[in-house]
Design a protein. Structure first.
Length: 176
């Protein structure tokens, strides 16, 4: 089953993307952010879950002048939020590796400026609970960039079928 990829470098053309959060993201440098401070919270309908162990963050950068690419996938561990929500954060076992990649990419940016570019994406594999979601059920994605900071809405009230990239909700397999 194909996991969904929610890129954090989102375009403002999608009506469910929250522009104020996108503006905050542009001020956040993923190359300077402490990995332990970045977290994602999902508001899911009761009929959908994220398959255990499937949540990952992918950080990719390319240096255009040499065509070098750095792409790493980091496990997102689940934690319980104070309100009972499920929060996804970079696994502590990946902190050293992501810091190493951040250092590499910062060096590229310092050396070649705009000739180095990158993106961060989130991969999630959904599964259905009970009878599964209806066509009109929605989900939201919220992002926190500081350990003691609030979650900001990134994608609000978007159809589950759109976020999880299924053409038919029947394709969403039951959770095990």
């Amino acid at each position: 089953m194909k996991p969904a990829l929610v890129a954090l470098a989102l375009t403002a053309g999608c009506s469910s993307i929250v522009p104020s959060t996108v503006a905050r993201l542009s001020a956040l440098s993923p190359l300077k952010a402490d990995p332990k401070d970045i977290a994602i919270a999902l508001d899911l309908p009761d009929t959908v879950a994220i398959r255990e162990g499937s949540a990952q963050m992918v950080m990719t950068a390319t240096r255009k002048d040499t065509s070098e690419t750095s792409q790493e996938t980091y496990v997102l561990a689940t934690k319980s939020g104070t309100d009972g929500s499920v929060i996804y954060a970079i696994s502590q076992s990946d902190f050293a590796r992501i810091r190493q990649q951040q250092t590499l990419i910062r060096g590229w940016k310092d050396a070649v400026g705009r000739n180095a570019s990158g993106s961060i994406g989130i991969e999630l594999e959904g599964c259905s609970l009970g009878a599964g979601p209806d066509e009109d059920e929605v989900m939201s994605i919220n992002l926190r960039t500081a350990a003691d900071g609030p979650f900001y809405p990134l994608v609000r009230d978007t159809p589950v079928v759109s976020v999880l990239e299924y053409t038919k909700l029947e394709a969403l397999e039951p959770c095990a």
